[in-house]
Write a protein that binds this ligand. Structure first.
Ligand code: PHE
Length: 335
């Protein structure tokens, strides 16, 4: 029987090492180790082996089984490796790859993202409100009654029910104060609408970003510091900023902000409006809320607002505002 084991071992090793593919290997496994395989058959012969020889024979058979198993495993990895090498030999790694078309963000979105990040670092949260507004949120609460001349500057589109397309996102500031007690520190990016003739510098729908900070002891110094930080982050530390006295119904005092920066072509540009929240605005909010948490004797605040299209035009040197809404890929692909 010892001889049988020996010759079976030689036969198995020869067949396994000659196998060149998976199915030959599987056939060899079945032939030697399978339920009706040769090694199994030999094990059954143990019954006729004299009792005293059984341990030695058992060991021989076990050795045979593990030798064949190991040989099968080695052959398996050899065959896989050969298959890999064969597959890769077909592959020319120097061929150019398949380029994936890559989209990019709209220049306005890029600018908005930067602006939002900057204000978020200063602790401003993003606030949202409806584009279709009530006259009260858009005008009356902002100290702009129906007969106020400032309404002409912000003439907008009215719905038959008297609601309107908001002419600025200042309405969001009112909504925030209506629903949240101070302190509040928010920015409100979003669309605003005006009845402007569309031309190279005007759109009837544009994007605005307004901000509001109300708490105890908020000062003009806070307003200046916040906006200077913001514009320097956006346009570089060398940016010059000038606060020019102006009028807005909802702030007092009010300013327009002029900026001069290399990134904007080195000219003074009028970029934003801002000011300290007018006490009349706080009073309107108090009246609507039915409490005094926005009592102008207790809290103060600043507000600001600017249009993003004009900013994007200057930052990206875009000559015509309409390019920002035409969705011409030849234009957009440049960003
Ligand atoms: N709401 C003003 C506008 O649309 C901008 C502004 C906001 C001015 C807040 C002052 C304070 O023109």
């Amino acid at each position: 029987m010892q001889d049988q084991v020996e010759s079976l071992r030689n036969e198995a090793l020869a067949i396994v090492s000659a196998a060149t593919d998976q199915s030959a290997l599987e056939a060899a496994r079945v032939r030697f180790l399978g339920k009706n395989g040769a090694v199994t058959a030999l094990s059954e012969g143990m019954r006729h082996v004299p009792k005293e020889d059984r341990p030695a024979m058992g060991k021989l058979l076990n050795d045979l089984r593990s030798t064949v198993t190991t040989a099968l495993e080695e052959a398996q990895s050899r065959i896989l490796e050969q298959a890999d090498t064969a597959a890769l030999s077909e592959l020319d790694l120097t061929l150019p790859g398949t380029a994936r078309a890559r989209g990019s963000l709209h220049p306005l979105t890029q600018l908005l993202d930067r602006a939002v990040q900057s204000f978020r670092r200063m602790g401003f949260a993003i606030a949202d409100g409806p584009d279709i507004e009530t006259e009260w949120h858009c005008f009356d609460a902002l100290n702009t009654p129906a007969d106020h001349p400032a309404r002409n500057d912000q003439d907008t589109f009215y719905l038959p029910d008297g609601r309107l397309l908001r002419s600025h996102t200042s309405s969001v500031q009112i909504r925030v104060m209506e629903n949240t007690p101070p302190p509040v520190r928010i920015i409100a990016p979003g669309s605003a609408y005006r009845r402007d003739e569309v031309d190279a510098t005007h759109l009837a729908q544009f994007t605005q970003m307004e901000g509001l900070y109300v708490a105890e002891h908020v000062t003009l110094g806070d307003l200046k510091g916040t906006l200077e930080f913001f514009f320097r982050e956006l346009f570089g530390s060398g940016t010059e900023i000038q606060f020019r006295p102006h009028f807005f119904p909802f702030t007092e005092p009010s300013y327009e902000i002029d900026i001069r920066a290399e990134a904007l072509g080195g000219e003074w540009m009028e970029l934003a409006g801002c000011g300290m929240v007018d006490p009349a605005v706080f009073e309107a909010v108090c009246k609507r809320r039915g409490d005094r948490v926005y009592d102008p004797g207790r809290v103060s605040g600043f507000a600001f607002g600017f249009g993003l299209e004009r900013l994007a035009m200057m930052v990206s040197r875009i000559p015509d505002i309409r390019m920002l809404v035409e969705n011409d890929l030849r234009f957009l692909k440049q960003f």
